[in-house]
Design a protein around this ligand. Structure first.
Ligand code: GLN
Length: 304
């Protein structure tokens, strides 16, 4: 294999022509202002070594990638009781679809579509009193960067245009699948999605999933079994109705966000983050998926 730094620099060059394919998310207006030309990639090794290329130290909105950390926190407190309120099947529908929620009597298909993430955030709110704050705390601790924070402008922009998420939360409440008031759950959810991080911090913060649940300080945050389960749900549900394509091309558990970021995990080895703001039709970064495809092809680091 080539030197890892060279691999990453080669990937930045390889994906540059793809950066304008697709479109930057505009349904959250303040995300629509980001340049599609940005691209960053970072690999954090399980032993702490970090490699990066492109715009890997520029913060971006992590959006739905936050759903991995809310799930991890809830599982760390509650072990697996959350699975009584949310399933773990791929939905085959867009991340913000409501179509299955009524058919499934208010039990979302998985924790990574918006409906499922709202249930997880609701639980985290009950457990901690401050769901977004506890996610931010985890991210600060695991990344080692105490400056990781919520972008209030992005959170407000999403709240102003959050009719679909609000509908989903009310539908969940009508089935008795929220423990807290709808407005509080929505506020917590918009805030967690609006956390800003760069590829480097996000890769470091995701390493517990590559270390079988062991946190940055060397102590267990999750059990190896829980870490395995989160990786499994990332593989099957982390990129929504493109999870099959993602598994086919990348061959790793991954979680995307509409800010254009994707986290992928090579269990036992490393966490990889990519950021390219322009999204394909399923809400996943076009350049990011191409980069991860290229990464696993060049390194052979896939779970398959
Ligand atoms: N905050 C976004 C939303 O709720 C998150 C979606 C995403 O990143 N896929 O629509």
């Amino acid at each position: 294999m080539e030197d890892l730094q060279e691999v990453l620099e080669g990937i930045v060059e390889h994906v540059a022509p793809l950066c304008r394919d697709g479109a930057v998310a505009s349904y959250i207006p303040s995300l629509g202002e980001i340049s599609p030309e940005k691209f960053g990639i970072c690999v954090a090794m399980a032993d702490g070594e970090v490699y990066g290329a492109g715009d890997w130290q520029e913060p971006f909105s992590i959006q739905s990638i936050s759903k991995v950390f809310s799930l991890a926190l809830v599982m760390s407190y509650d072990y697996d009781s959350i699975w009584q309120r949310v399933s773990r099947e791929p939905s085959g529908t867009p991340f913000n679809s409501m179509i299955q929620l009524e058919a499934d009597q208010g039990i979302p298909r998985n924790p990574f579509i918006n409906a499922g993430a709202l249930v997880v955030t609701d639980r985290l709110l009950s457990l901690t009193g401050d769901a977004a704050g506890s996610i931010r705390g985890l991210l600060r601790l695991e990344s080692g960067n105490p400056a990781v924070d919520i972008d209030a402008v992005v959170a407000a922009s999403e709240a102003d245009h959050g009719h679909r998420n609000a509908s989903m939360a009310h539908l969940l409440a009508s089935y008795g699948n929220l423990e807290n008031p709808v407005d509080e759950v929505l506020a917590a959810y918009f805030n967690q999605c609006a956390i800003e991080m760069c590829c480097e911090d996000l890769a470091r913060a995701s390493l517990f999933l590559a270390r079988h649940g062991v946190a940055a300080g060397g102590t267990p945050f999750l059990s190896p079994n829980q870490s395995k389960r989160i990786n499994a749900v990332m593989l099957t549900c982390g990129t929504y109705d493109a999870a099959g394509e993602f598994a086919y091309h990348v061959g790793l558990p991954g979680k995307s966000g509409v800010g254009g970021g994707i986290v992928a995990i090579v269990p036992g080895r490393c966490a990889i983050t990519v950021w390219g703001p322009s999204l394909g039709p399923n809400g996943n970064s076009v350049a990011g998926i191409a980069a991860l495809d290229e990464f696993t092809t060049r390194t052979g680091w896939s779970i398959f």
